[in-house]
Design a protein around this ligand. Structure first.
Ligand code: GDP
Length: 424
């Protein structure tokens, strides 16, 4: 059976932890979109890891980790990441990389940085991992698919074309040194030796695995609100974050995705710029940031402090709907145990009217949060394994949010570890 684990919000909901946990019973875990621009933090018996490219199941012996065709593949980062986990005693994971995945090139990273510099104060807050220039090239059809880099003649021809186009930008828009086709060819030849052991016709592999009844997880990066179509455009990422895209980015039929587990945070956090209706500031935000996640809410890749806010049921309801949630995993609930009273955003006021439907960006800019205040439980709930043992106010909080979003919360995460989970 194929299950997708995806985010309801702005990302950092704890997808890594939920995937890692479900991977215990899975055969295959696939990344289907995104690149090394965001990360998952995973705490397990080997230690604490920040993964950017490897799927979250790579710590188990019995799983195969796959980089799907939809991913922005940064080859040196992948190789370093494999080394960083094996250095800490994790057995060499079984990894397959789609022969149709495209490669993030050093010039994508340069272009990302130059563009941020050019935009200065108006920048998108890119992580400068080259993701936007990478996807732009993919759809402009001048990217390099993994299978192509084994053909000397082809890479030479393509590298020359890339330089012709990019060097206009380098010279006239950014005023930076021009790209050299020889250098691009040399880089690709280096990359092909690094990636050679992992290359696979992934869609064929998965078709066979599905036929054999294997347990397959699709692991999303970021969340609904960062989807390029359905998110807070233009402050979005460059590949679709939706479970539906999992079929495309892994190469499987859409009807094979039987379960969509949408990871939804018990409060909100976001990185980068963009609309965030229930955002909080000052001491209130600092305290939640300090107590949040596992050791504070700071980006796994960038170390940037995350923007903080209260649980936003309008955004989460929309997030679950676009993902097509069959299950909601409600995470980081333990963090809220310090509050006397917990604000929950239950509506947006736009031009004097209250709505519970998440609007497109131009209206979203005008939205003001409408809060309800729920009593806190003032207790440490870590270590609890049965739903009935949770404090009453904690259960009321979960049930209130569930009713507001309209999708079943079947898992509650009350700690960063693999076993900190309550099934309902
Ligand atoms: P992802 O990108 O969605 O996988 O999320 P991140 O890994 O960036 O952020 C989740 C953070 O919260 C990580 O530091 C996790 O270890 C931590 N985390 C996940 N679930 C829980 C939870 O239920 N409680 C607490 N306190 N931390 C959690």
């Amino acid at each position: 059976m194929v299950k997708a684990v995806v985010g309801a919000n702005w990302g950092d909901e704890g997808k890594g932890k939920i995937t890692d946990m479900l991977a215990e019973k899975a055969d295959i875990i696939i990344r289907f979109q995104g690149g090394a621009n965001a990360g998952h933090t995973i705490v397990n018996d080997y230690g604490k890891f920040a993964l950017h490219t490897l799927p979250s199941g790579c710590f188990y012996n019995h799983t195969t980790s796959i980089i799907g065709n939809g991913v922005a593949l940064n080859i040196p980062i992948l190789i370093d990441e494999i080394k960083s986990i094996t250095d800490k005693g994790v057995p060499e994971p079984k990894i397959l990389v789609s022969d149709r995945a495209q490669i993030v090139m050093p010039y994508h990273i340069l272009l990302d940085a130059y563009e941020e510099e050019r935009l200065a104060g108006k920048s998108f807050g890119s992580t400068k991992s080259g993701i936007a220039p990478f996807y732009a090239d993919k759809f402009a059809k001048i990217g390099f698919q993994v299978n192509e880099i084994f053909d000397d003649e082809l890479i030479r021809e393509k590298a020359e074309n890339v330089c012709e186009r990019k060097n206009v930008l380098m010279k006239y828009l950014y005023n930076k040194p021009e790209l050299d086709p020889d250098e691009i060819v040399a880089t690709l030849k280096e990359y092909r030796e690094m990636i050679r052991p992992y290359v696979c016709d992934v869609s064929a592999y998965l078709a066979q695995a599905i036929k054999e009844g294997k347990e397959i997880l699709l692991e999303g990066q970021l969340g609904t609100l960062k989807d390029p179509d359905h998110g807070i455009y233009p402050m979005v990422t460059s590949s679709s974050t939706l479970a539906g895209y999992g079929a495309v980015g892994a190469g499987i039929p859409p009807y094979e995705i039987k379960k969509v587990i949408v990871v939804c945070k018990a409060y909100s956090s976001a990185v980068g710029a963009g609309e965030f209706v229930s955002e909080i500031f000052g001491d209130e935000a600092d305290e939640l940031r300090r107590r949040g996640g596992d050791g504070g809410e700071y980006g796994a890749t960038t170390g940037r402090p995350r923007r903080m806010g209260w649980c936003d049921c309008v955004a989460s309801k929309y997030g679950c709907r676009l993902q097509g949630a069959t299950d909601v995993a409600f995470t980081v609930l333990d963090v809220l145990g310090y509050l006397d009273e917990i604000p929950v955003c239950v509506g947006y006021e736009i031009d004097g009217e209250v709505t519970t439907d998440f609007p497109a960006t131009s209206l979203l800019k005008k939205a003001k949060p409408v809060y309800e205040y729920l009593p806190g439980w003032k207790e440490d709930i870590r270590g609890i394994r049965n739903y009935d043992e949770l404090p009453e106010n904690c259960r009321k909080y979960i049930e209130f949010v569930e009713e507001q979003i309209g999708y079943p919360i079947t898992m509650v995460s009350n700690g960063p570890g693999r076993h900190d989970i309550i099934y309902r």
